[in-house]
Structures are given as structure tokens and as C-alpha cells.
Design a protein around this ligand. Structure first.
Ligand SMILES: Nc1ncnc2c1ncn2[C@@H]1O[C@H](COP(=O)(O)OP(=O)(O)O)[C@@H](O)[C@H]1O
Ligand SMILES: [Mg+2]
Length: 437
């Protein structure tokens, strides 16, 4: 009996020792997993790829590193000449800067003004600047709020319900505590939705008379025709000078991208052809540096998921991802009925396996509505929704003539299959025959 027990214990020990891998083997597995991750690691400092989502202070610090002065040298020199009277104690002129989005208006001015502040401090000239961010739409009250916050050190203290005059008093009081020249960088005042003239009149006429500091405004806008929409009195009071930021070309964007790669990524793992491709893609549309940097960041993420090397293939993947992200955002923002119409179109297209007429799409829409216990809209309203979806590129709907039967619209797929699968995935199960026709 004893011999039997010993035998059983010995065989159990043998079994456990074969099941547990040796300690060295596990360490090897962990070590190789670590090595794969570090081998694929491409992004070294992510902060340099996303300067726009940083706080103002951090953004200025990041821009010190990644802002490419060389390609905006002409504009910097012109700004420096305009501000030169400051050295003799004379006030510089107001400036209005035009340029399409992503041409570096905000970053160039921020960079210039922070350098200007440094030079003035050395020369004992009293100079300060404030950045007033109106890039998201604001009402007149909202714009005053942003101005008050910019003067106050970005603490949100001004809530709704505060009188406009009270806010104006706060701004005047804050400015009265300052001397010398105060420059205000007003970014995209054209987005103010209501009473734009009230805000601008306050800046141009009221403020200079109420404060002792000399005020200089730099307005930035993407709208070339903005000036024409203003009250002429504002323009005559301001006596501004104009400046244009032309779109970046592919070579400019390539320079910007190279600097980013140097600061944010591992340059040894990035192909120059990939950078050229990004620059070409971004310059093809509007020469938008924001888009180029966004594409670089996405391509770097795609590379980290794969081989760890950024080549043209990763750029293609990133471009596709960006496009489908935007489409998804657009779909998420649709009204419930528009969403139903879109799903009806794709459901119908999938089941009919051919082009879909508006009438047939409407039949599918009806069916979906009854599944969802929603009251369907009329066919005329449905057709309007299809036109809207076509306008936003969510379906293709081209008008075809059926002779004496009138006209209809042929609906076909315009979205990538992955997005379509996503839309169809959200469908409730429909009990149906194979086709409605
Ligand atoms: N000269 C440049 N050097 C480096 N990055 C730039 C440059 N110009 C633009 N960018 C990038 O493009 C983004 C958008 O620039 P921005 O100045 O906000 O454009 P705009 O104000 O003209 O719409 C910036 O956040 C920055 O990442
Ligand atoms: Mg801007």
C-alpha cells in the first residue's frame, strides 16, 4: 500500500512539473513582448503632434519647438516692421490678417507676439498681449465673456445672466491696471453670430477712450469678405493694415512635417516618401497644415499597430481612417428620421442587390418605421431627406427619367463597406421575404 502511495505521489509531481513552464521560459515570453512593443514604438512625444488641444501656456511652449518660422518669414518680417514704432514709443497700427484655415495665422501670431514680449522686456518697453479665442461660434455676450476671461487669466467667472455692461466694466477695469502697449490677438471674430458690430464697436471706439494703455488689435479671419460685412464706422475708426497668409504648398508642408517627425517621432523609422505623400495629400485640397499634422499623427498610430515603420501604406490606412471617422461623426449627428432614412437606403441596397429607386427605398423606410414604432413621414419629405443625404455624400442619388412615368432617383452606395456594416449592424431584425419587389 505504502509503495502504491509513493508511486501515485511521484507520478503527480511528474505531471505538475511538466505542466508548469520553467521560470526562464516565462521570463523570455515577457521579455519578447516588451521587446516587440519597444521595437514598434514610433511616437516618442505625443504632445508635439497635438498642439491645438493644449492649454495656452503649454501650446506656446510646444510651438517654440515645432513652429517652422522659415516658411512664414515674410509675414513675421512684415509684422516686425509694423510693430517697430513701439521702439520709439509710438503706437503701432491695427492689423487684419486674412488666410484660409490651417495656414498658420494663429500660430505665427502667437509665436511672433511671445517673441515680441521678450524683446520688449529686454528693452524696457511696456508691452503685453492677450489671446482672445473666438474660433468656436459665440454670441456677442459670449465674445465679451471670452475677452473678459482672456484678461482675467482664463478663469471662467462670468456666468450667463451677468449684464453686458457689467462685463464691459470688468474688461475696462482689468485694462486700466495696465500701462504701455497692450496687443489683443482676436482670433476669428467673424464667427460671432449676433451683434458682431456691438462687440467691435466696443473694441474700436469705447475701450481706447476708457483705458490709459495704448491698444493694438490683430484680427485673424478665414473669410476674405468679412470686412465688407462690417459697419463702415468701425473700419474708419480702426484704420487697420491688411496682411495675407497664402495657403502652404507641398514643399512648405513637407518642411513642417519633417520638424514634427524630429520632435515627436523616431526619425529612423519614418520614410521620407511617406512624408511627401502626406504633404501632397494635404496640399491638394487647401494647403492646410492642421490636416497634414493630423494625418501624420494617425499614420504614426497605424504604424505602431503594425510593423512600427511609417511608410506609404500606413499613410493610406490613416487617410481611410480619418475619412471614415468623419463620416461616422456625420452619421451620429443626423436627426432620428434622417438616420432611419439612411438605414432604409442601405438596407434596401443590400437586399435588392442593385440600384434602389426612391419609391422602393420609401417602402423600406416604412417597414423600418413600423419596426421602430415611429410614425413615417410622407414620401415627399422622405425624398427631401434623400437629397440631404446625397448632399452630404452619405448616399449617391442621381435623377433618372422614366419617360412618361416621370422622374425618379436612383440610389446607390457611397460609403465604404465598413461604415455600411456599422449602419446595418444597428438595424433591428426585420422579418421579411427576400425582396420587396
Ligand atoms: N509654420 C508652421 N509650423 C508648424 N506647424 C504649423 C505651422 N503652420 C501651421 N501649423 C500647424 O497647423 C495648425 C493650424 O495652424 P493655425 O495657425 O491654427 O491655422 P489658422 O489659424 O490659419 O487656421 C497648428 O496647430 C500647427 O500644428
Ligand atoms: Mg486659427
Amino acid at each position: 500500500m505504502l509503495i502504491y502511495k509513493v508511486c501515485v505521489l511521484w507520478s503527480m509531481k511528474q505531471q505538475t512539473s511538466t505542466q508548469t513552464p520553467p521560470a526562464n521560459g516565462t521570463q523570455d515570453i515577457i521579455g519578447s513582448a516588451f521587446a516587440t512593443v519597444s521595437q514598434r514604438k514610433l511616437i516618442r512625444r505625443r504632445i508635439y503632434l497635438d498642439d491645438e488641444n493644449l492649454s495656452d501656456g503649454e501650446r506656446v511652449a510646444v510651438l517654440q519647438e515645432v513652429f517652422h518660422r522659415g516658411i512664414r518669414m515674410r509675414q513675421i518680417e512684415r509684422l516686425a516692421k509694423m510693430m517697430a514704432p513701439l521702439g520709439d514709443g509710438h503706437p503701432p497700427p491695427h492689423v487684419l490678417i486674412y488666410g484660409p484655415t490651417g495656414t498658420g495665422k494663429s500660430v505665427t501670431c502667437l509665436h511672433f507676439l511671445s517673441a515680441m514680449q521678450g524683446v520688449c522686456a529686454q528693452k524696457d518697453i511696456s508691452f503685453q498681449y492677450f489671446y482672445v479665442d473666438l474660433t468656436t461660434p459665440h454670441t456677442c455676450f459670449g465674445a465679451f465673456n471670452e475677452l473678459a476671461i482672456a484678461m482675467d487669466g482664463s478663469v471662467r467667472r462670468y456666468r450667463k445672466g451677468v449684464a453686458l455692461t457689467e462685463m464691459q466694466e470688468c474688461i475696462i477695469a482689468a485694462l486700466n491696471a495696465l500701462n504701455g502697449v497692450v496687443c489683443m490677438l482676436i482670433d476669428e471674430p467673424d464667427t460671432i453670430t449676433r451683434d458682431q458690430d456691438t462687440f467691435l464697436m466696443f473694441l474700436a471706439k469705447t475701450l481706447p477712450r476708457k483705458v490709459q494703455a495704448r491698444l493694438v488689435y490683430i484680427f485673424l479671419t478665414n473669410q476674405p469678405e468679412w470686412e465688407r460685412s462690417l459697419d463702415p464706422r468701425i473700419l474708419s475708426v480702426l484704420k487697420k493694415q491688411d496682411m495675407i497668409f497664402e495657403p502652404y504648398d507641398a514643399m512648405d508642408l513637407l518642411e513642417i512635417l519633417k520638424l514634427r517627425v524630429e520632435k515627436a517621432l523616431d526619425p529612423d523609422k519614418v520614410n521620407e516618401t511617406a512624408l511627401r505623400k502626406i504633404a501632397a495629400m494635404a496640399s491638394r485640397d487647401t494647403g492646410d497644415a492642421r490636416k497634414a499634422v493630423e494625418l501624420l499623427a494617425k499614420a504614426a498610430e497605424a504604424a505602431e499597430e503594425g510593423s512600427g515603420h511609417l511608410s506609404e501604406a500606413e499613410v493610406d490606412t490613416a487617410a481611410l481612417r480619418l475619412e471614415s471617422d468623419k463620416t461616422r461623426q456625420l452619421i451620429d449627428a443626423l436627426a432620428p428620421q434622417q438616420h432611419l432614412a439612411l438605414r432604409a437606403c442601405y438596407y434596401g441596397l443590400q437586399k435588392e442587390r442593385r440600384r434602389l429607386s426612391t419609391g422602393l427605398a420609401y417602402a423600406w423606410y416604412h417597414r423600418l418605421c413600423s419596426e421602430e414604432c415611429t410614425k413615417p413621414l410622407t414620401q415627399r419629405r422622405f425624398s427631401e431627406m434623400v437629397s440631404f443625404l446625397d448632399l452630404y455624400g452619405l448616399v449617391n442619388a442621381c435623377v433618372t427619367s422614366k419617360g412618361r412615368f416621370g422622374k425618379t432617383r436612383d440610389i446607390s452606395q457611397s460609403l465604404p463597406s465598413t461604415v455600411v456594416a456599422d449602419i446595418l449592424g444597428k438595424l433591428p431584425p426585420i422579418e421579411r421575404q427576400d425582396s420587396l419587389t
